[in-house]
Structures are given as C-alpha cells and as structure tokens.
Design a protein around this ligand. Structure first.
Ligand code: ATP
Length: 359
C-alpha cells in the first residue's frame, strides 16, 4: 500500500494536482498499485479562513503514517509574506530533513529543445541540490537597518555531514542508475572556507566510486557548459543556492517550467519502511502557483504528472512510473502543447491525452 498525502495548495497547484491525481489513480488501477490517497486542504484558502498553515504534530504524523507527500504549489498574492507557504513547504523539508532535492532534466522532444545545434537527446542529466543548508538557512541579520550604514548578512552554512551525505547520494544514484559521470560544482576559488569543504569531501568520496568519472567545475563555468554542451553531464551535485539557479537553467533546457518535476527526499535508513524503501519524500512540480494563469484552465499539467512518476519510482513502483513517462512522451510526440509550450491545449485536454495514452 502506498500512502500518499496530497496538498494541492494554491493557484495552478490545484489544477495540475487534480490532473496528476487522475493519472495516478488510473495508473494505480492499471498496474495494481494499492493507493491510499489523503487530500489535505492546507494552503492559502485554509490559512485565510482559520489561520491554519500546517497543524502542530502533522509532520510527526506524516513520519508515522505516510509514505510520500505530493505538493502542487503554494503561494498566493493575498499573503505577500508567504507565511503559509513557508510553514507548509519549509517545515516539511526541514523537519523531515529532506536533504536531497532531486531534479531530473530531460528534454522530451527536439521541438522543445531551446539550443541551436543540439537535440533533445543531448539534454539528459540529473541535479542533486543540497536542500537543508547553505545560504538559505536564515542565519544572519541586519545592523543599522534602514540607514545608509546598513549591514545585512546571510551566512552560507556548510557542514561536513551535510556536504558528505548529498555527495554520497549523487554517487550512489549514478551507480544505481548506470550513469557514468558525476560533476561537482562550487565556487571554491572565491568561497575559500565553505567550498573548500566541498572540494575535500568530493575528493574523498569519489575514491569509493572508482567506476565513476568525476569532474569539478566552478558554478559559473557549469552555467556556461550546460548551454554549450549539456550532453557532457550525467549527474551534477551542488549546494543549495547554486542548485536553485542551475535547476531553473535545467528547466529551460527541458522546455520550460511546465515540464520540470522534482523530489525532496531523505534516503537515510531511519525513514525507510517496506512501503517506502527509499525513505519519505515530498514530490512537487518545480513551478509555483502562477497567479497570472490560475483559474484559466491552461496550466501545463505535465510537470505534475511527471512528478507522480518520480514519486511512484521512489516508492518502488518502477513499471508504473515508466508507463507514465511513456504516456507523457506519446503526448509530447503528438505535439499536444499547452500555451506555455506554444500550443493551445488546455490542462484538461493534456490530461485526457495522457490518460488515453495510458490506455
Ligand atoms: P514562485 O514565486 O513560487 O516561483 P510563480 O508561479 O510566480 O511562483 P514560477 O512557477 O516560476 O513562478 O512560474 C513563472 C511563470 O511561468 C508563471 O507565472 C507562469 O506564467 C509560467 N508557468 C509556470 N508553471 C507553469 C505551468 N505549469 N503551466 C503554464 N505556465 C507555467
């Protein structure tokens, strides 16, 4: 039994999640995957109604009772400080210690490839972004705020344990998935302490994986190389902030936000159960709530649908995951594109074509 908590969230999160859930249920029936889906109403509406963001104790309950969390998107212009989004997304990520942000970047069609003289086949890599440390931990502060002498800092926090576990996760993935090359990107020429740690850990860990070809690039060089020669990459591992930036570059290489799926996972043994052999994970399309197109029925559901495939794969249902990937490929090959990809298909039409391709 796969026990899945679903938080559709806000804006187009609601629309793409509804489509993705239909695909999930259909796949479950076809492949005999027993599903226990619990839909939760956390998001802007609930917060504005009764002040609830994420109820106390909910993360502990997830740890006990849930195998995976599917999140549509959170963010609403009526809540400019993003309080509810922070509580829902960051609390889950930090309390469950989901230290791997896993982002597959695969271009599904030459028609979607944005690079001259490259084809879809050239764009097929994965990014392991460190998800719990770095510059985003909120350590820092202001001094003389609002004056001409203001000082503002955000510390870039890198721990030995944090760096080692994400680097090891990247290598382990490469070995398990037949990927030949792992590239680590940092800025150790400028960030002499924090990123020297990344250098030392990478040098040490790679000795355990002699079959893997390794490479180091400064992040600025990686940004350039991903445009010049994306075919040179299999697995990229990097810190939180650089991963944030490089995965958006990756989304553009895939054809756009409407196609990008992600997983936040903690593959450590402590969270493994028979029903979640890879630990608990939070699975979400990379895009946000997109208020500009919310409610219009034109959001691209393929990112969310591919996120469902990622979730099923992580739960050990590889056949079901592959089937969804095949169905999405069929729909893309047929040129069924929503407006973000230059077409005129609606969310519903795209979903129906995926369902039809699933049979
Ligand atoms: P956030 O601030 O959380 O990043 P956002 O929704 O403003 O949220 P993105 O998700 O980065 O930002 O999306 C930027 C724009 O790309 C959206 O405003 C929308 O126009 C477009 N977009 C994103 N996702 C999709 C999608 N699934 N289908 C169609 N258009 C999309």
């Amino acid at each position: 039994m796969a026990r899945i908590a679903v938080i559709a969230g806000d804006g187009i999160g609601v629309e793409v999640t509804a489509a993705a859930l239909e695909v999930l249920r259909a796949t479950g029936v076809k492949h005999g995957v027993p599903l226990d889906i619990e839909e939760l109403d956390y998001g802007a509406e609930r917060y504005l109604r009764d002040g609830t963001t994420m109820p106390a104790g909910e993360i502990d309950r997830f740890r006990r009772e849930i195998d995976a969390i599917f999140l549509g998107a959170v963010g609403d212009p009526r809540i400019p400080d993003m309080r509810h989004a922070r509580d829902i997304l960051l609390a889950t990520r930090f309390e469950l210690d989901l230290y791997v942000n896993f982002r597959p970047v695969r271009c599904l069609s030459d028609a979607l490839c944005p690079l001259k003289r490259k084809t879809a086949a050239d764009i097929d890599f994965v990014v392991f972004r460190e998800n719990t440390e770095g510059a985003y931990v909120g350590m820092g502060g202001n001094f003389k705020k609002g004056t001409p002498d203001e000082v503002a800092t955000n510390e870039d926090v890198n721990t030995r344990k944090g760096v080692e576990r994400i680097v090891r996760a990247a290598f382990a993935y490469a070995v398990e998935h037949g990927r030949r090359r792992v590239c680590m990107a940092d800025k150790s020429n400028a960030l002499r302490f924090a990123h020297d740690l990344w250098q030392r850990v990478f040098t040490e860990v790679k000795k355990d994986y002699p079959q893997i070809e390794t490479r180091h690039l400064f992040i600025d060089a990686l940004a350039m190389e991903l445009i010049r020669g994306p075919e040179a990459f299999d697995v990229i591992v990097t810190n939180n902030m650089f991963g944030d930036i490089i995965t958006d570059l990756g989304a553009a290489l895939q054809g756009g936000m409407g196609l990008a799926a992600s997983a936040n996972i903690n593959p450590s043994e402590a969270l493994r159960r028979p029903s979640r052999p890879n630990g608990i994970g939070l699975f979400e399309p990379v895009h946000g709530s997109a208020p500009d197109i919310a409610g219009k029925g034109v959001a691209n559901p393929l990112a969310a649908i591919q996120t469902v495939a990622l979730m099923l794969e992580n739960l050990g249902y590889e056949g079901a995951a592959k089937d969804i990937a095949r169905a999405v490929q069929t729909v893309v090959n047929a040129g069924v594109f929503t407006p973000d990809l230059g077409g005129s298909a609606t969310t519903a039409k795209t979903r129906d074509r995926v369902l039809a391709a699933l049979g």
